[in-house]
Design a protein around this ligand. Structure first.
Ligand SMILES: Nc1ncnc2c1ncn2[C@@H]1O[C@H](COP(=O)(O)OP(=O)(O)O)[C@@H](O)[C@H]1O
Ligand SMILES: [Mg+2]
Length: 253
């Protein structure tokens, strides 16, 4: 029996626009389960990023609830919300947003030092291990500008998980990468998920969606489809792609 780690009920998000309101999310009901690699798909502009930001407390919903750990994060104080984003949640984006004057190792250790549950020595050790795992230990002294997009994204993943987040949120993490780097980044996300990391990823790339254990499809501000998949296995990739593509076609993707 899967355990819900995040639950949205009637989630709404509107933006002020041209003196009126545009309604982007219009009542999203959704459970995200612990240990899943959940993918959110939908057409460009359908509100995937808006949904991810509302679910992760990056931005506040304008209606409804998001229950996490017994609390509704929509009505949480700014201070508590910030603590949640730093402690319990990790984030990666299409653009890596690494700190340009810090080397790769420092980009990973600095947010680690801010988390007081671990000593600086433990953070250093964990950062080294993560860079090793991400295959970028040999370039740890390089600045982001000296690295490829794929290397930067792998560093951003290490940074996002340094404090052992309960949920890793990813918004189009492969959106700016070529095919080879995309595969590498997806392999790392798959591996993290296999070792127990709950992941919620937004993508419009069907290949990235194939890594999911569950895909949610949104349209017109609501969830209109959901597909459960067996855990990802490279040897089933072709049949998996066929299954996902057929499902997406049925939703007029
Ligand atoms: N801050 C904002 N103000 C006004 N409209 C916004 C804002 N952020 C997003 N939108 C609009 O919300 C819609 C959904 O955006 P987004 O969530 O980024 O879509 P997706 O990630 O699926 O491409 C788009 O039409 C976008 O223009
Ligand atoms: Mg988006």
């Amino acid at each position: 029996m899967k355990k819900a780690i995040l639950s949205a009920k009637g989630l709404c998000k509107s933006f002020a626009h041209n003196g009126g309101q545009v309604h982007i999310l219009t009542g999203v009901d959704l459970d995200i389960y612990e240990g899943d690699l959940t993918v959110i798909m939908g057409a460009s502009g359908s509100g995937k990023s808006t949904l991810l930001y509302a679910l992760s407390g990056m931005d506040r919903a304008t209606g409804g609830k998001v229950m996490y750990n017994g609390e509704d994060i929509v009505s949480l104080s700014e201070k508590k919300l910030a603590a949640l984003r730093h402690g319990d949640f990790g984030f990666i984006f299409q653009q890596m947003h690494l700190v340009s004057n810090l080397d790769l190792l420092e980009n990973v250790t600095v947010p680690g030092y801010l988390d007081k549950t671990r000593s600086a020595a433990e953070t250093d050790k964990r950062a080294e291990e993560l860079l090793e795992k991400m295959g970028i230990a040999h370039i740890k002294k390089h600045l982001p500008s000296q690295c490829s997009g794929g290397e930067q994204q792998r560093c951003a993943i290490a940074r996002a998980v340094i404090n052992e987040p309960k949920i890793l949120f990813a918004d189009e993490p492969t959106g700016a990468l070529n095919k080879k780097n995309t595969t590498e980044v997806l392999d790392l996300m798959t591996e993290l998920n296999r070792s127990g990391q709950s992941i919620l990823m937004v993508t419009h790339d069907a290949r990235a969606a194939c890594r999911a254990s569950r895909i949610i499809y949104i349209e017109d501000g609501k969830v209109i489809g959901e597909l459960e998949l067996a855990p990802y296995d490279k040897k089933d990739e072709k049949s998996r792609e066929t299954q996902v593509n057929a499902w997406l076609t049925s939703l007029e993707w």
